[in-house]
Ligand binder design. Structure first.
Ligand SMILES: [Zn+2]
Length: 518
């Protein structure tokens, strides 16, 4: 498949300049492999002037990429130095990549004030460097830095710099909105000029400083550009680059242009989550297209409508980019939310189910007390089950005791729990790092005797929030717990004036949920 729009990924170079991101060589190799498998056309690996990126390119040479072409990034030669004696240009060749991308100056302000070169010298630096790399057999992409700001100040000179790259033999001239402050109309107008003045293909490299990275990428593509450069999840310096996880589906599904392989599109969310995981960043639920909330419906009227016709409140079918529709249950919920949620959780329910009214009333009452079920589906499933199936819980907690004592500098927490299962009592004691941990240990130790499947369950996350409810009862504590058995994850909630009671509620729900699942 020959793409109409090529995707050039710079997550490993521009993206790694994000605040809080620090990729190791191994991280970069794993991301590169994943990008290649997804069908990204170009992967910019880094700037082989620093030891980490030199090491990356050395290791990447031993990899076989299926589709992607690897690019090394650098700059034009320094002023006053012959290109063949320029150390940085030599390192670009030593990276042994099929593609080399170099940036050069478009904006006279930078030429004069930053480079301290004459306008003619700068043109020579661009043409020389491109030609030298071409002579060494590289596919050369020329990044015109500050392209739009430069053009707005001196259009004639900006055009001369692009033409210098073309004359040197560049395969592609990429217009960069380096400061990220341009508007789509400007991007569109200047891209059209570049496409008219050049016979080589034109690309776009937008930044997101005013929230228009993706819009500017699309504007340039509409105006004739054929390549867009960006990063997965929009990582990048300051507020980031053009977000590829937004622009790829926009190109494929909205502009209807051939881009990445069609089968890859359904793996877009997975790719986005994978890169966040490697970067050790929490996946943003509000991210367009791929976020957890991108197809989450909360208002009762919306849910009622999508139950009849999903198109009524969804711009695309979420599965096309690997996302899923979610129905949220909250005090804004109507019957439709409850029906859809109940079905999602595996219960039989319809708008005529008589228990719906009781479930809805119970949820609204609990949410008023400070419970929150959007992030605690385990507790929600238990609540529905109790009402729909009129079942008794498999165990009950008859009593507990928690103590904390301090021995010199070490504090020791101890908990005892008494449970009742099928008419039989069990009483256990355990120690833990903190009172909740001790309680968790004691409760599980008591229950494992009856339910050995609980042995593998452990706490994955524990969040506490202090609430000030409108009921005027003063501060209450909400505890959200995430549990896992190594395979599945589920979350439960507890609310009480006392943090230990709230925690025990969430812990007990977590274990009960696990028992009722299998
Ligand atoms: Zn950039």
């Amino acid at each position: 498949m020959i793409p109409e729009v090529e995707i050039y990924d710079t997550t490993l170079r521009d993206g790694s300049q994000s605040e809080g991101i620090n990729f190791s060589v191994m991280d970069k190799l794993r991301i590169a492999e994943r990008l290649d498998a997804f069908g990204i056309h170009y992967i910019e690996g880094g700037w082989p002037a620093n030891p980490k990126d030199i090491e990356f390119f050395a290791q990447a040479q031993r990899k076989r990429f299926k589709r992607a072409r690897l690019a090394a990034f650098g700059s034009t030669r320094r002023k006053g130095v012959a290109v063949e004696s320029d150390e940085q240009v030599r390192l670009l060749l030593e990276a042994e990549t099929p593609v080399v991308t170099i940036y050069g100056k478009t904006w006279l302000l930078h030429v004069k004030e930053v480079l301290r070169a004459t306008p003619e010298e700068n043109l020579g630096m661009i043409a020389d460097t491109v030609r030298f790399l071409k002579d060494h057999g590289r596919f050369v992409i020329y990044d015109a830095e500050h392209c739009f700001d430069g053009y707005k100040e001196d259009a004639e000179y900006a055009i001369a710099t692009w033409q210098a790259a073309e004359k040197g033999g560049a395969d592609l001239v990429v217009l960069c909105d380096t400061n990220g402050g341009c508007l789509p109309a400007e991007i569109s107008r200047i891209t059209a000029v570049a496409c008219g003045k050049l016979s080589v293909k034109v690309g776009i490299h937008p930044h997101n400083d005013i929230g228009l990275g993706v819009a500017n990428g699309l504007a340039a593509l509409e105006a004739g550009a054929v390549q867009v450069q960006g990063t997965i999840n929009g990582y990048g310096e300051r507020t980031g680059n053009c977000n590829l996880t937004s622009i790829i589906p926009a190109v494929a599904l909205k502009m209807k242009k051939r881009c990445v392989p069609e089968s890859s599109l359904a793996k877009l969310k997975e790719l986005s989550q994978f890169v966040d995981e490697i970067a050790n960043i929490r996946h943003d639920p509000r991210q367009p297209w791929v976020g957890e909330a991108a197809f989450a419906h909360k208002a009762g009227t919306h849910v009622n409508a999508i139950q009849k016709l999903v198109r009524s409140y969804e711009h695309i079918e979420p599965a096309r980019i690997g996302n899923v529709r979610r129905v949220l249950v909250s005090d804004l919920a109507g019957r439709s939310n409850i029906v859809m949620k109940a079905r999602e959780l595996g219960f039989k329910a319809s708008n005529e189910t008589p228990e719906l009214k009781e479930i809805l009333a119970r949820i609204k009452k609990l949410e008023h007390e400070g419970f929150e079920f959007e992030a605690a589906e385990g507790s929600l499933a238990l609540l529905m089950r109790k009402i729909l199936k009129h079942e008794k819980p498999p165990f009950s907690i008859e009593g507990y005791h928690v103590s904390i004592r301090r021995d010199r500098s070490i504090s020791v927490c101890q908990a005892s729990v008494k449970v009742l299962v099928d008419g039989e009592f069990e009483h256990t004691i355990a120690e833990g790092d903190g009172p909740v941990n001790a309680l968790d240990q004691a409760l599980r130790a008591a229950l494992v005797k009856f339910f050995p499947q609980l042995k593998r369950v452990r706490l994955a996350d524990y969040k506490v929030r202090i609430l000030n409810t409108s009921a005027g009862t003063g501060a209450r504590t909400r505890v959200l717990i995430e549990s896992t058995d190594g395979k599945d994850e589920w979350s439960t909630v507890g609310v009480h004036d006392n943090i230990i009671e709230a925690s025990l509620m969430a812990l007990s729900d977590s274990l009960e949920y696990r028992l009722l699942q299998k």
